[in-house]
Ligand binder design. Structure first.
Ligand code: F6P
Length: 343
């Protein structure tokens, strides 16, 4: 078989471990492996697939980023991109494995619905793809947040400051919540459970009154500014039309300014940004990326298309692409309340 593989959307540590698993298994079984560069762009613009050999997919299990390159490429603007991808798959490939988050899997689902031999692999650092307990890259992001909070604790304590830490998390607060839990955050603000500015100031004042001279506040970049008393309409969110850049909205900076102005605290802001996405994947990310990558490959060789291997508990199971293609998996109340136990 000619098996194509692509990575689309934002990169995440662990993508190369998945590519390696798919690639080495396919080549060892005598299939042709085609690397599609830069996500859907490598199929929707001029077909850019390149045959890969064993050397291309070896020695990369611990390497961050993606050796295939990735892009945020809008197939609907201008219209016609999806149809070009469909035609490119028909002409050039017997199967395609698309590694990506909800945007990518929506396209995979659309293609599979039209008969294209597509299998997905779940990836998003935000960990909010529907239908899976885990997405490639999430564990590494948590490690970065936890280590950053450890570092911020010592300087916060020395200066008796409030440290506001903004994490990734476009629509959901998984990175902020579990990273904050792992790093001992004193308050976590996420889109799923809005808190008012008054409640935040009250919490910090109570901590100070109880003898805690410093506080670490973690906030997800996707938190609605209006819930904090700001104005969403005046916040910038993109530059030159190249994607939505939530960090530009500056929720962390806004929260800091409010705490400084109305709470009388000395505050500093840290935006962790793309540090959460760069560098080597953790062992956990490497192992699960290998497991879901291997399952996607096996599904292709079994001619089972229109599916995606997801993580349920400790197992990898195949589910239809339709079950991950819509909506976002949100942080449940139970997890948020556990985090809040330690505020
Ligand atoms: O969707 C994953 C994510 O890492 C978000 O948390 C973040 O808002 C966004 O990607 C950043 O994307 P870009 O690569 O376009 O800067």
């Amino acid at each position: 078989m000619r098996i194509g593989v692509l990575t689309a959307g934002g990169d995440a540590p662990g993508l190369n471990a998945a590519i390696r698993a798919i690639g080495q298994m396919a080549l060892r079984d005598g299939h042709e492996l085609i690397g599609i560069p830069n996500g859907w762009a490598g199929l929707a613009q001029d077909y850019a697939g390149k045959p890969l050999g064993i050397a291309d997919v070896s020695g990369i299990v611990g390497q961050g980023g993606t050796v295939l390159g990735t892009a945020r490429y809008d197939l609907d603007s201008p219209p016609g991109g999806r149809e070009r991808v469909l035609a490119a798959i028909e002409e050039n490939l017997d199967a395609l494995i698309a590694i990506g988050g909800d945007g990518t899997q929506r396209i995979s689902h659309w293609l599979a619905d039209r008969g294209a031999p597509v299998v997905g692999v779940p990836k998003t650092l935000d960990n909010d793809l529907m239908g899976t307990d885990y997405c490639i890259g999430f564990d590494t992001a948590l490690s970065v947040v936890a280590e950053s909070l450890d570092r911020l604790h010592t300087t916060a304590a020395s200066h008796h400051r409030v440290m506001v830490v903004e994490t990734m998390g476009r629509a959901t607060g998984w990175v902020a919540a579990l990273g904050g839990l792992a790093g001992g955050a004193d308050l976590i603000v996420i889109p799923e459970f809005p808190v008012t500015m008054d409640a935040i100031l009250d919490h910090l004042a109570k901590r100070r009154a109880n003898g805690s001279a410093f506080s670490i506040v973690v906030i997800a970049e996707g938190v609605n500014l209006e819930t904090l008393g700001g104005h969403e309409s005046t916040a910038p969110s993109s530059i030159g039309g190249r994607g939505v850049r939530l960090a530009l909205r500056g929720v962390g900076a806004f929260l800091s300014s409010q705490i400084d102005e109305h709470g009388g605290f000395e505050v500093r802001t840290t935006v962790l940004g793309h540090l959460q996405r760069g560098g080597s994947p953790t062992a956990y990310d490497r192992i699960w990326a290998t497991r879901v990558g291997a399952a996607a490959y096996r599904s292709v060789t079994a001619h089972t298309f229109g599916v995606i291997p997801v993580v349920h508990g400790h197992d990898v199971v195949l589910v239809p692409l339709s079950s991950v293609a819509h909506g976002q998996r949100r942080v449940p109340r139970e997890i948020y309340e556990l985090c809040a136990t330690f505020f």
